[in-house]
Design a protein around this ligand. Structure first.
Ligand code: AMP
Ligand code: GLY
Length: 424
């Protein structure tokens, strides 16, 4: 099977790493990939979706897997499908579940899927009036994609009103903020679940937990994610069943009714409040770094999972996961998430320890390659992933590997998976 992976972060590296280990994968391309994916397959740089579709045709690509949300929201799946090319990901219409928070919230309300109480509006008076009815903190969200920055948790009514004014006037996020969601704050713990969907059926992956804040103890600014682990013991079978029955099933049925069947990765951002799963958000792609810990837990071939999802054939597929845990620790560059840092050479010590060589690996993200040397060039540079029979074992291996990786300015959290270990 010839496969192309679209994107170039740690998430795409993690998918590609699994594919590169399968004998049935005959050719593997990354578009555009990063400085390390070129060791797993071939990087191709093309600057339009049409050019990528041409390439897929010329190279007899059997399956294209789309990593990031931007191409999905822009309709890359529709472009490929119109040309008869097989591609894994949601259509432009279905990608609105991530592309527009207003669409998502209205969809959830229409199909009575649990979510925080809210209004959506572009009217400042209506927004202010609703804010007054809510206890603090109040959550204010811009409608469109804002690179993860469009959500404000306002401590007071005044702060919420200020956030709304700045969004509606276009000051904070331009057009993406001219429609807002205002909603009640949910107090609980946050989880991510991922369902691989083919429009009507789905395979649910083990629940993961991400660590969005920059610093230990969930302090400091929000980031794309500083580490993740899976499966999380914070979820028991009852919660899984509730998520399936109350969220995933009605979402797949609802999207069919809307004429936009959901194919691809349904990323469910959940808040568990007193044991009840509430939908915070949907994304239409894998989380990063969640993907880096979920992929290595797959025992069944990932190519088959994505292929069957892209050909509406998941109903007969049985997927096995390793009975293990994975912990991923992000190593970021000095100035992340504030600004970019000058490139720094990455040196990885020879992994002589058998245990580490077998049960830990690096998923490369913000890296480039020059004359055989890797340089840290992105904010989140790489993820050290450890596997183990317990979260502690997996985490110890991940951190041991972090100790073998060197680049100027490297930084990381030292408490990844702390919530799970507190429970234990
Ligand atoms: P979102 O992009 O909607 O997931 O929001 C980003 C982050 O803001 C989430 O990961 C949560 O940590 C937080 N958040 C969003 N909505 C709420 C809410 N209603 N209550 C509490 N926290 C929230
Ligand atoms: N790790 C969260 C995300 O990918 O959005």
């Amino acid at each position: 099977m010839n496969i192309m992976v679209m994107g170039g972060g740690g998430r795409e590296y993690a998918i590609g790493r699994m594919l590169s280990q399968e004998s049935r994968v005959t050719a593997l391309y990354f578009a555009p990939g990063n400085g390390a994916t070129s060791a797993l397959g071939e990087n191709v740089v093309l600057n339009s979706y049409e050019a990528l579709a041409d390439f897929a045709q010329e190279q007899n690509i059997d399956l294209t897997i789309v990593g990031p949300e931007a191409p999905l929201v822009e309709g890359v799946v529709d472009i490929f499908k119109a040309r008869g090319l097989r591609i894994f990901g949601p259509s432009k219409a279905a990608a609105r579940l991530e592309g527009s928070k207003v669409y998502m919230k209205n969809f959830l309300a229409k199909y009575t899927i649990p979510t925080a109480r809210y209004i959506e509006t572009d009217q400042i008076e209506r927004a202010f009036a609703f804010i007054e009815t809510l206890p603090t903190p109040v959550v204010v969200k811009a409608d469109g994609l804002c690179a993860g920055k469009g959500v404000i948790i306002a401590k007071s009514h005044d702060e919420a009103k200020q956030a709304v004014s700045q969004m509606l006037s276009g000051k904070s996020f331009g057009d993406a903020g001219k429609h807002v969601i205002i909603e009640e704050f949910l107090d609980g713990y946050e989880l991510s679940m991922f369902a691989i969907c083919d429009g009507s059926d789905y395979i649910l992956l083990p629940a993961a937990q991400d660590h969005k804040r920059l610093l230990n103890n969930d302090e400091g600014p929000n980031t794309g994610g500083m580490g993740a682990y899976a499966p999380t013991p914070l979820v028991d079978d009852t919660v899984y069943e509730k998520v399936k029955e109350r969220i995933i099933r009605p979402t797949l049925d609802g999207m069919q009714k809307e004429g936009a069947p959901f194919e691809g990765v349904l990323f469910i951002g959940l808040m568990i409040v007193n044991g009840e799963p509430i939908t915070l958000e949907f994304n239409v792609r894998f989380g990063d770094p969640e993907c880096e810990v979920l992929m290595p837990l797959m025992k069944s071939p990932v190519s088959e999972l994505f292929y069957k999802a892209a050909t509406k054939d998941l109903s007969n597929l049985h997927v096995e996961f390793k009975k293990q845990y994975a912990v991923g620790v992000v190593m970021a560059s000095r100035d992340y998430p504030y600004k970019s840092t000058e490139p720094a050479e990455i040196i990885v010590d020879d992994i002589v320890h058998d245990d580490l060589a077998e049960h830990a690996h690096i998923a490369y993200a913000g890296v480039s390659e020059e004359d055989g040397t890797l340089y840290a060039t992105g904010g989140r540079v790489l993820v050290c992933v450890g596997l183990g029979n317990s979260i502690k074992e997996a985490r110890d291996r991940a951190y041991m590997l972090c100790g073998q990786v060197h680049f100027a300015g490297k930084k990381m959290r030292t408490d990844i998976a702390y919530q799970a270990l507190q429970e234990a």
